[in-house]
Design a protein around this ligand. Sequence first.
Ligand code: ST9
Ligand code: ZN
Ligand code: ZN
Length: 333
Amino acid sequence: ETETRNHHAGKHQNGGAMAAETSTVEDVFDDTYAEKEGPKPPRTLVWRNIIMMTLLHVTSLYGLVLLPSASAPTLAWTVVCYLFSALGVTAGAHRLWSHRSYKASFPLRVFLALANSMAFQNDIYEWARDHRVHHKYSETDADPHNAKRGFFFAHIGWLLVRKHPDVIEKGKKLELTDLKADKVVMFQRRHYKLSVLILCFLVPMLVPWYFWGESLAVAYFVPGLLRYTVMLNATWLVNSAAHIWGNRPYDKTINPRENALVALSAIGEGFHNYHHTFPFDYATSEFGCKLNLTTAFIDLMCFMGLAKDRKRVLKETIAARVQRTGDGSYKSG
Ligand code: ST9
Ligand code: ZN
Ligand code: ZN
């Protein structure tokens, strides 16, 4: 009830025009859902995923071995690919498409969809659907990466087993018309496999080989596989580490926490107690650009006229919430 009110309060800061469109975003915790009684359904391993993920991590270790033989431009390119793919998740799938926390113009959405394919974390539609159930049914059977099932499950285990039936049952009831109406999202979904082949594997590998004569092996294993694996793990740490370790200055009744290390590697997505308390805030943090490259990027896009209507929470709303539900660890700034 309070959550809902806060949610709308946040929206109205940007004028009534936003309200009609965004009031359908279902990212607010639903405390009316109760897990089903009785024994949990059996855990079904998905061997294809277990084998592929193991292979990916082992071959990425070879990328680490090759790292010293990579040229300086290849290392710089690796960082570019990391940031580019990370933004496709943070500014794209997460803050724009899952939470609708700001509006992006068509060219920016195309850019973010391309970056998102480079991240290869499921298509935007599937990512945002899973993410909305994660917020709405956080840390219950209907949460795809329910952190109550432990670090490993929240981190990677959830991608290696069949989903709990409640995830699918609840997910099918979510309001997703905004995603279905976005031509960029639907185009990426239709051409997902091809876009991943090109953007996650071919482009990172061929650019250093073609433009500055890097060996194909280094180009494949470093900006390709190693970059992909590190970026995946940085993302997964939000679900595992930031649901386990850190302070809860905004709401001590939920598990998500403020974790600066995760914020750093996930370019701004580690302020997870704040984010689960105020999921519609475009900065996913009270403190704007601090340890938060994604917020700086969205600000830059607004400055360039490619984005608008950033939603923020009023300072008074935050202060009241800290008083009411915080764990006492709150520090301003
Ligand atoms: C990856 C994703 O890594 C990472 C997401 C992380 C999220 C982080 C969030 C934190 C905050 C943001 C921080 C960002 C930080 C970024 C930092 C960057 C540095 N609702 O899925 P299936 C339906 S992906 C409704 O097969 P199974 C579905 O439509 C890595 N319906 O379930 C289908 O129905 P139909 C690469 C749903 O069989 C049916 O159910 N990708 C929902 O249980 C079956 O769907 C992989 O590794 C829903 N929520 O299999 C692939 N879910 O047939 C991983 C499903 O009618 N995925 N449905 O269409 C899989 O292989 C499978 O999904 C599975 C489950 C094995 C995990
Ligand atoms: Zn979370
Ligand atoms: Zn979120």
